[in-house]
Design a protein around this ligand. Structure first.
Ligand code: AMP
Ligand code: GLY
Length: 425
C-alpha cells in the first residue's frame, strides 16, 4: 500500500521509518518532509496546512492511508476532507481535534467528563479577565485558547505578569485570533510526564509513559522549546500505574466524545503533572509528541499499519499492541540560538557512523538533502535515539552516537534522562 505522512519534523521521520518496516507498505510519500524522510520515501513540497492540496495529492497518487503528524492539519479538518473522498486518515476529525485546538473546549470536556485538572475560568472580554486576575492574585496560568505554536501559555508569578499576558493575547493580539479567548487557571506544581494511547473511538491501547524536556538548558532552565529530548518509560509513571491513569485521563474523554457522536480516533496524548502520586491533566494533544514519538516508536513492536487501520476501523480491541521492554531515549541536537534566532545551512557530518551503532537510529528534524549532502534547515535538527536494557544504558548509547555527529553551531543538552535516573536511584 501507499502511505502519505503529513509534516516535516523528527516525529514524521520516525513515522516514515516505522511505516517502512511494515511488509504492507511499498511506497511512502511525505509532505513536505525533511532530509530524513527523503531517504525513506518521496518528499512532495506541499505545506502541512494546505488541506485541499493534500487531499488532491492523496487522490492523484492513489494513497491508501494518510498519517497526520502535527495537530494543525487535523484542527483544520484534514480527516473530514479525506473521509469525504473515502481516503482513510490516521488522526481525529476536526471536532475531536479541538481537544488540542481550543484550550477552552478541552478544559470544558475535562470538567464535564470528570478528568482531574486545574480549576479554570474562560474569558472572552479583556476587562473581565483582568478583574478576575486582580481578584484571584498570583500565581496563575494564562493560556491563549487557540493554537499558538507552543507559546500561548504563561505561568505568571505576579498579577502584573498575568495582566501583561492577557493584554498581549487579548488586546495586542500577539497570537491573532488564537488569543480572542483565554483560559485562566490555577497553578499546579510537580513533575510532568506524557501518556499516549492509540484510540479507535471506543477502545484504547496504551503506549508506555514518556517524558519530554521542554526547557532549552540543562537542569530544565531557560526558555521552553518544542522539546530537547525524551525517554520512555518515565519512572514517574511506572507500568503498574498505567491502568488507573488511563481510567482517569483517557477513558472519560473517549466516552464523552463518543456520546457526542464525535468519536476520537488516533493518538490521544495526555500531558500530566504529578503532584505527589496524583496526576492532573494539563492538556491534551491529538497526535504523537515530538520528540516523545521517537523513543515510543523505537519501542513499538507491532506493525504500525495494523494498529493505525484498527484505530480507523474501530477494532483496536481485536489486536495486541506490543512494546519492547527496553528503555529508549532521544537526544535532540539543535542549532545554537534555538528557540530564538539561529543559523541554518550547516553541513552535518557523521550521521551514518552514528546510525551504524547497534540499537541507534538518527531521526532528522530540521534538515534537507541537497546535492547528496545533509544541511540544517531548522532549530531542532536531529533526534539521536537509542534503545538500551535500562535508562543508563540507553543514555550512554545515545550520547555515544551524538559524539559521532558534528556540525557548526551545534547545541544539545547533556542531561536528558537524568531526572529518570535520579528517581530510579
Ligand atoms: P499546556 O500547553 O497546557 O501543556 O502548557 C504548556 C506548559 O505550561 C506545560 O507543559 C506546563 O509546564 C505549563 N503549565 C500548563 N498549565 C499549567 C498549570 N495549571 N500549572 C503549572 N504549569 C502549567
Ligand atoms: N513534546 C511536546 C509536544 O509534542 O507537544
Amino acid at each position: 500500500m501507499k502511505v502519505l505522512v503529513v509534516g516535516s519534523g523528527g516525529r514524521e521521520h520516525a513515522l516514515c521509518w516505522k511505516l517502512a518496516q511494515s511488509p504492507k507498505v511499498d511506497e511512502i510519500l511525505c509532505t513536505p518532509g525533511n532530509g530524513g524522510t527523503a531517504q525513506v520515501g518521496e518528499n512532495i513540497p506541499v505545506p502541512d496546512d494546505d488541506i485541499p492540496a493534500i487531499v488532491s495529492l492523496a487522490k492523484e497518487r492513489r494513497v491508501d492511508l494518510v498519517v497526520a503528524g502535527p495537530e494543525l492539519p487535523l484542527v483544520l479538518g484534514l480527516e473530514n476532507a479525506l473521509s469525504k473522498e473515502g481516503i482513510p486518515c490516521f488522526g481525529p476529525n476536526a471536532y475531536a481535534a479541538n481537544l488540542e485546538g481550543s484550550k477552552a473546549f478541552s478544559k470544558n470536556v475535562m470538567h464535564e467528563s470528570g478528568v482531574p485538572t486545574a480549576p479554570f475560568r474562560v474569558f472572552d472580554e479583556y476587562e473581565n479577565a483582568r478583574n478576575f486576575v486582580r481578584e484571584k492574585g498570583a500565581p496563575l496560568v494564562v493560556k491563549a485558547d487557540g493554537l499558538a505554536a507552543g507559546k500561548g501559555v504563561v505561568v505568571a508569578q505576579t498579577v502584573e505578569e498575568a495582566e501583561e499576558a492577557l493584554h498581549d493575547m487579548m488586546v495586542k493580539k500577539s497570537f491573532a485570533s488564537a488569543g480572542d479567548r483565554v483560559v485562566v487557571e490555577e497553578t499546579l506544581t510537580g513533575e510532568e510526564a506524557s501518556f499516549l494511547a492509540f484510540c479507535d473511538g471506543e477502545h484504547y491501547a496504551l503506549l508506555p509513559s514518556s517524558q519530554d524536556h521542554k526547557a532549552v538548558y540543562e537542569g530544565d532552565t531557560g526558555p521552553n522549546t518544542g522539546g530537547m529530548g525524551a525517554y520512555s518509560p518515565a519512572p514517574i509513571l511506572p507500568e503498574e500505574k498505567y491502568a488507573e491513569t488511563a481510567e482517569s485521563a483517557i477513558a472519560p474523554i473517549l466516552k464523552h466524545l463518543a456520546a457526542k457522536g464525535e468519536p476520537f480516533k488516533g493518538i490521544l496524548y495526555a500531558g500530566l503533572m504529578f503532584d505527589g502520586d496524583t496526576p492532573n491533566v494539563l492538556e491534551y494533544n491529538v497526535r504523537f509528541g515530538d520528540p516523545e514519538c521517537q523513543p515510543l516508536l523505537m519501542r513499538l513492536d507491532t506493525d504500525i499499519v495494523d494498529v493505525m487501520l484498527a484505530c480507523i476501523e474501530g477494532r483496536l480491541d481485536q489486536i495486541e499492541v506490543k512494546v519492547k521492554p527496553e528503555t529508549a531515549i532521544c537526544v535532540v541536537m539543535a542549532a545554537k540560538g534555538y528557540p530564538g534566532s539561529y543559523p541554518k545551512g550547516m553541513e552535518i557530518n557523521g550521521i551514518d557512523e552514528a546510525d551504524k551503532l547497534e540499537n541507534v537510529k538518527v531521526f532528522h528534524a530540521g534538515t534537507k538533502l541537497e546535492n547528496g549532502k545533509i544541511l540544517s534547515s531548522g532549530g531542532r535538527i536531529l533526534g539521536v535515539t537509542a534503545l538500551g536494557k535500562d535508562l543508563a544504558e540507553a543514555k550512554k548509547r545515545a550520547y555515544e552516537a551524538v559524539d559521532k555527529i558534528s556540525f557548526e553551531n551545534s547545541y544539545y543538552r547533556r542531561d536528558i534522562g537524568d531526572k529518570g535516573l535520579k528517581r530510579l536511584a
